[in-house]
Design a protein around this ligand. Structure first.
Ligand SMILES: [Zn+2]
Length: 63
C-alpha cells in the first residue's frame, strides 16, 4: 500500500510530499524532513501518530 503524506497537512506552509511505495523508512524520512526543514525534532511516537491520524494503519507503516 502506497502512502502519500503532505507536509501541509501537518500545519506547515510547505510543498513537501512524501510519496512512498515502500514504507520501511517512512517515519525516519518524515522525521528528517521536519527536523531539517522546520527545525522540529518530533519523537518517533509522535510521527507515528501523525501518520495513523491520516487514516493509515499501524501495520502499513511498520518495518
Ligand atoms: Zn515541510
Amino acid at each position: 500500500m502506497a502512502i502519500r503524506l503532505r507536509c501541509e497537512d501537518y500545519g506547515f506552509e510547505c510543498k513537501y510530499i512524501l510519496d512512498e511505495e515502500k514504507t520501511a523508512d517512512l517515519i525516519e524520512k518524515l522525521r528528517d524532513h521536519f527536523e531539517e526543514e522546520h527545525g522540529i525534532d518530533y519523537a518517533v511516537e509522535v510521527v507515528t501518530q501523525m501518520i495513523t491520524n491520516r487514516g493509515y494503519s499501524l501495520e502499513s507503516i511498520k518495518k
